[in-house]
Write a protein that binds this ligand. Sequence first.
Ligand code: GAR
Length: 194
Amino acid sequence: MRVGVLVSGTGSILEALLAGDLPVAVVVADRPCRGLEVAAAAGVDSELLDRARFGGFGAGFDRQAYTEALVTVLRAHGVGLVAMAGFGTVLAAPVHDAFPGRVLNTHPALLPAFPGWHAVEEALAAGVAVTGCTVHIATLEMDAGPVLAQEEVPVRPGDTAESLHERIKAVERVLYPRTVRAYLAELEERDEPR
Ligand code: GAR
């Protein structure tokens, strides 16, 4: 079963998925980002499905049309499982209709704690001693949905959001490929090829 990876940033989680020998068929970015360079360097098909073409980042963003276009790209590449890897666009229903229970996400906090875009900063501001990361099945609600795996990361004295996020990402780079691989195997065992 082929995997489609969605990126918006550095693409270090994508690098880990590729290094983990996952069958990545296509990488899709919602904005120009290093993730696209990572895909090119690995010889993996990639596509910039730029939000700028769908109204950008303001109130005019056409989330429905963007999601429909994304589903078209993923289907064209024969994708059966979608893995968000630092993807900055909340998707609408069509992706969940097209890939029911087959959209995964990794998040830099122990969900349900600290959902959203500022999870690391918020964990630090809350003064928690331990945070971590969560791999889960994505649903329409942001950073919610059944948890597949979690791992704790202790907060160290003097941590900044950057230092803490980097230690969390080091864990994600192991946990996400492992969890995606196990989930793929589970889907294939269920004999639901797509
Ligand atoms: C990861 O920490 C991932 O959990 C986070 O973006 C980072 C991507 O890193 N995703 C979210 O915060 C989604 N809510 P990368 O660009 O180096 O791969």
